[in-house]
Ligand binder design. Sequence first.
Ligand code: ZN
Length: 248
Amino acid sequence: MDLKKVVEGLPETEELFLQDSYLREADARIVKAVREKGKRYYLVLDKTIFHPLAGGQPTDKGLLEGDGLKFEVKKALKTGKHVVLYGKAVEGLPSESMEVTQRIDWERRYLIMRLHTAGHVLDRAVSELIGQQVHTLGAFHGPPDAYVEYDVLNVNLKELERMANEILDDREVVIRYVSWRELDKVIYGAPNLGRLPPAEVYRVVDIRGINAIPCTGTHVRRTSEIRRIRVREVERVEGGYRLHYWVD
Ligand SMILES: [Zn+2]
């Protein structure tokens, strides 16, 4: 399916998860419904709590309900300024202008939030041990296997795990929106800004005292919610190393 065609002419999707990561439920209106085959559809809502696969964060899953409709959301996809939900109707059929209640699989999302914030903490722990700012090549902050890829990673894994949990603490995580001109003053400990796409406003995730990084992901409010970071193993990948990790 050509997602660009699906969203053509629609106003941009309001991404409610950017304002509040803890929203598990919200009302919305279906603004576009495109049938793939059978009961499978691509849907666009006017506003959504479903975080799409983007920025190293996996898709949310969940449910839409309304007016005889029960729709299983299998994945959320990002295209330009829109989020498209793909899934299957288990009761009734979706239609345009239908009002629905959206509910995300909260257990999965909360785990992803803990993993994502833990990933930022690991960036700091790795830089701290190596003695210089490392660069990330890629990341996946979700089940079943979370990882971050770094250009250099000549560290002892036990020491890395100890360092990550030591700096974890109970720090506040603050979200801020800044312009390109202010970005320099606000960010610190941020890897590879050269890769940052141009934008008028950047969303910065500041884990107090750890780092402040441009990121569109959903994070926990306090680092104590992560509980404990577990470093699993390191794997060689092209151009660097993949560090597998988890939260307990
Ligand atoms: Zn991030």
